[in-house]
Design a protein around this ligand. Structure first.
Ligand code: GDP
Length: 330
């Protein structure tokens, strides 16, 4: 029997199928999270809340790198290596530019041909819902659903632009920065402060003629890392070279992720980082909701254009305008 278009989603059935590991149910649940309809959003909140005890068990890894560095090739190779070891791998993405372009190339199945064909993988492109905060919030919830569906490794992909790397590092346990040998990339990474976020730097395409250059780049990064303050006193970010194309170095790369987890567990940082992340998520969701409420308020809508114009013309300070708008929430 066809389901009426406006029917409330059957949360119990969705939960049951999702916990049984059905990828179709997982996809439906994530679509519910991404929906803008307020009844869908309420249902999604309920779903995530009831699934909470089944979440949190995956190894969460953020992966960043400029376009062309080999993110999709790496995720395909690493994902297949993990599946070979009995893991179930989910691939998500945070791509704030997808809000403008209407579609994300990150997390695109066609870029990860082997993983896309595996029944032990689930690939989902970035949600395209306006602000980075909105995109990140939906990806975080999608990650929880993937965990509830039995995926024990979650890879969250992003490109090295703006604040998206911070957002992804805030939702993962391990942040992996991919780099290319040469091309001045090593200095770029350091300038952007990315290196300070990274738990590991991995230099891809260390194959063929590139091996020497990759080793050179690795040495440069290692010395650069020496002068930077590490993110944790219990972990010094390693620098590796590997080839996503040939697979050489992929097992070593994974071993570092496991070593990091062991070190973080031993120091208690793993648990404290997750706790801090949860509280931070709460505040960021609250900010978004308040902002959304404020924007939807008819009296605000009526005044915001005028205030914007006054601020733009320099007749009103941004601080005074913000205060007046915030007052309207009362
Ligand atoms: P992304 O844009 O970061 O996702 O990069 P892709 O994974 O699409 O890779 C960009 C290009 O680099 C493609 O042509 C890949 O075939 C190539 N590539 C990726 N990994 C390697 C590698 O390990 N060695 C070599 N030689 N080429 C690679």
């Amino acid at each position: 029997m066809p389901v009426p278009r406006n029917a409330a989603p059957d949360i119990d059935a969705l939960k049951r199928d999702l916990l049984a590991g059905h990828r179709a149910a997982l996809a439906r649940a994530i679509t519910l999270i991404e929906s803008r309809r307020s009844d869908h959003q309420a249902a999604a909140r309920e779903l995530v809340q009831t699934l909470l005890p089944n979440t949190g068990k995956a190894i969460r890894i953020g992966i960043t790198g400029s376009p062309g560095v080999g993110k999709s090739t790496t995720i395909d190779a690493l994902g297949m290596f993990l599946i070979g070891g009995g893991h179930k791998v989910a691939v998500l993405a945070v791509d704030p530019s997808s809000a403008r372009t209407g579609g994300s190339i990150l997390g695109d199945k066609t870029r990860m041909a082997q993983l896309a064909a595996s029944e032990h993988a689930y690939i989902r492109p970035s949600p395209s819902s306006g602000t980075l905060g909105g995109v990140a919030a939906k990806t975080r919830e999608a990650m929880l659903l993937c965990e509830a569906a039995g995926f024990d490794v979650v890879l969250v992909e992003t490109v090295g632009i703006g604040q998206s790397e911070t957002a992804v590092s805030d939702m993962t346990d391990f942040f992996l920065a991919l780099m290319l040998p040469g091309a001045g990339d090593e200095l770029q990474g350091i300038k952007k402060g990315l290196v300070e976020l990274a738990d590991m730097i991995a230099i891809n395409k260390a194959d063929g003629d590139n091996i020497k250059r990759a080793n050179h780049a690795a040495a440069d990064y290692r010395s650069a890392l020496h002068i930077l303050k590490p993110r944790s006193e219990h972990w010094h970010p390693p620098v590796l070279t590997y080839s996503a194309m040939t697979g050489k170095g992929i097992p070593e790369l994974w071993q570092k992720v496991l070593d990091h987890r062991t070190a973080m567990n031993a120091s208690g940082e793993f648990a404290s980082r997750r706790r801090e992340q949860q509280v931070k998520w709460m505040w960021s969701m609250l900010e978004q909701r308040l902002l959304a409420r404020l924007r939807a308020e008819p009296s605000v809508r009526a005044r915001v254009k005028k205030l914007e114009a006054e601020v733009a013309d320099g007749r009103l300070t941004p601080a005074v305008a913000a205060e007046r708008l915030a007052d309207m929430l009362r």
